[in-house]
Design a protein around this ligand. Structure first.
Ligand code: ZN
Length: 100
């Protein structure tokens, strides 16, 4: 699924515009972004992006619970110029829903 297929509405509702960048750490093949939310208190989330595996992991566990990439992941995908959401990150059901 291409990132541009993700409806702006979805991202907006989940507050991608309110994501604040805190810091970025790079270790070979893995990038770790620390993000927080504007107006959302001091809670920080760490998003790990494994370049070699194309895998994402986020502290908020949104993906683990719902099977939909969270806005933190979307943020990192944008920053890292990831053109596609890895297939395994998207539930078939969700992919269908947003196709129009
Ligand atoms: Zn997250």
């Amino acid at each position: 699924m291409h990132l541009r297929c993700v409806p702006g509405k979805y991202l907006k509702r989940n507050g991608i515009n309110s994501i604040l960048f805190v810091r970025k750490e790079s270790i070979p093949t893995i990038v770790i972004y620390t993000l927080t939310k504007f107006g959302g208190g001091a809670r920080e989330y760490k998003v790990k992006f494994d370049r070699s595996m194309g895998k994402f992991y986020c502290d908020c566990l949104f993906w683990n619970r719902l099977g939909i990439p969270c806005t933190h992941m979307f943020y990192v995908m944008k920053q890292e110029d990831v053109p596609k959401i890895p297939d395994r990150m998207v539930l078939k059901r969700w992919g269908k829903n947003i196709k129009s």
